[in-house]
Design a protein around this ligand. Structure first.
Ligand code: PLP
Length: 432
């Protein structure tokens, strides 16, 4: 496999783009080597600038749940394009997408559209603080909620448990109201709640994807809801990744989480920049122009993005692929485990719906700390072998793989073959 053009673009891009990327994970630092530059994508496949073709299990980190450029979606987008790109006034598509979303989420009466998941989360924090008149936020180490200052702490970095900014440029003051707890562990949450009376909200990924896939225990979720309710603390379900991924609606229902505020992104834009936050009327009526919590956006509710989101969600509802996703994910899990066993490799596989994650670890992965026991060197070998065998994966041990409805049985065979080859490569390089 030849990566010459990708290599050239990676060098050329360094001059005027920071690290030749617009989002750090795309630089492939955790797997080494040259990042792939993409030329185009169609259906289940993605093609790089050297014309190498891969089965895409990144799907732009989730949004392309129907695969790339499905005909129907493309048609809706082109139709919208012809009416204009942005108006600075509300258009009917915004109302339509809002209705689809609110109908799918019992916890939401109203939504507000923004342009990214980050923006949804930072607005949700402001809203939780406005509604409760309190300041502190509990966040779980390893959960990622976008790059807003207040939550760039223990965001999948090594700074877990200390309230230290996970990035330079974030003032101490910006994170001093952020309290860190461990996912799947209710004790630390209880300690925080007993110690502080100024807690506005707990924010969590209902199923994590940003430290790899981790499913919370039912007891953790029910206790979390019980104690927060008792103290008037809101729960913010960050469903930017999980929204419309494992059911038509939220993972919150699948895990019996009664959320107060929900954040969305990724799938709801079908590949265009859309985020949203929503809640029951009582909470959303705090937001301007109904209330005095200010939040705005020049391109929010962009008509092209709305058309893409509406078409994607309608088609998703029609196809209802969620049972199939479970079966395909189960099949991939079986393949991963058997291939690992055959090659004497310690492996855990976590999955939920259409999100799946192998961890190169002998420990069960239930939180950030156990996720960190994964052998990232093995993942590197695995990643590049998968690429060589035609499967495009997120370039990190700690990112979920995603399934799309475009995946065929033939694609699955390619994935299976690639997994066996990759496990053999690990056996050769790492088992001695
Ligand atoms: C992707 C993601 C975000 C950030 O969304 P952007 O659109 O990248 O700003 C926030 N929360 C979760 C859970 C995510 O997966």
């Amino acid at each position: 496999m030849n990566f010459d053009r990708s290599k050239r673009l990676f060098e050329e891009g360094q001059k005027n783009l920071v690290g030749a990327v617009n989002s750090p994970v795309r630089a492939y630092k955790s797997v080494g080597g040259t990042p792939l530059f993409i030329k185009k994508a169609k259906g289940s496949k993605i093609i790089d600038v050297d014309n190498n073709q891969y089965i895409d299990l990144v799907l732009s980190y989730g949004p392309m749940i129907l695969g790339h450029r499905p005909k129907k979606i493309e048609k809706s987008i082109v139709k919208a394009l012809k009416n204009g790109y942005t108006f600075g006034a509300t258009s009917a598509g915004e109302i339509e997408l809002a209705k689809i979303i609110c109908d799918a989420f019992p916890s939401m009466d109203k939504v507000r559209f923004v342009n990214s998941g980050t923006e949804a989360v930072l607005s949700a924090l402001r809203l939780a603080r406005a509604f409760t008149n309190k300041n502190k936020i509990i966040k779980f180490s390893g959960c990622y909620h976008g790059h807003t200052d207040a939550l760039l702490v223990a965001a999948g970095s090594g700074l877990a448990t200390l309230s230290l900014p996970g990035s330079s440029g974030v003032p101490k003051e910006a994170v001093q109201n952020t309290l860190i707890a461990e996912y799947n562990n209710i004790e630390k949450v209880k300690n925080h709640i007993n110690k502080h009376d100024d807690i506005a909200a707990v924010i969590l990924e209902p199923i994590t994807g940003n430290m790899g896939v981790i499913v919370p225990s039912p007891e953790f979720i029910s206790e979390l809801r019980r104690i927060t309710k008792e103290k008037g603390i809101l729960i913010i379900a960050d469903e930017v990744m999980t929204g419309f991924r494992s059911k038509f609606g939220g993972a919150q229902e699948l895990i019996d989480l009664e959320a107060d505020i929900t954040c969305l992104g990724k799938v709801i834009g079908g590949g265009f920049p859309v985020g949203a936050y929503g809640a029951r009327n009582e909470i959303m009526e705090m937001v301007a122009p109904l209330g005095d919590m200010y939040q705005a956006g020049t391109l929010s509710g962009n008509p092209i993005a709305m058309a893409s989101g509406i078409a994607t969600l309608k088609e998703l509802k029609k196809q209802n692929p969620f049972d199939t996703f479970n079966k395909v994910a189960e099949k991939i899990e079986t393949i991963l485990k058997e291939a690992a066993k055959e090659n004497n490799i310690a492996l855990q596989v976590n999955r939920f719906g259409s999100m799946i994650n192998p961890f190169f670890s002998k420990n069960r992965v239930v939180d950030f700390e156990t996720a960190q026991t994964s052998d990232t060197e093995k993942f590197k070998t695995f990643f590049w072998s998968m690429i060589q065998n035609g499967v495009f994966l997120p370039p990190s041990q700690f990112e979920a793989w995603f399934l799309s409805t475009a995946l065929s049985n033939k694609d699955l065979k390619i994935i299976e073959k690639a997994i066996y080859a990759a496990m053999q490569a690990i056996d050769q390089h790492h088992n001695s």
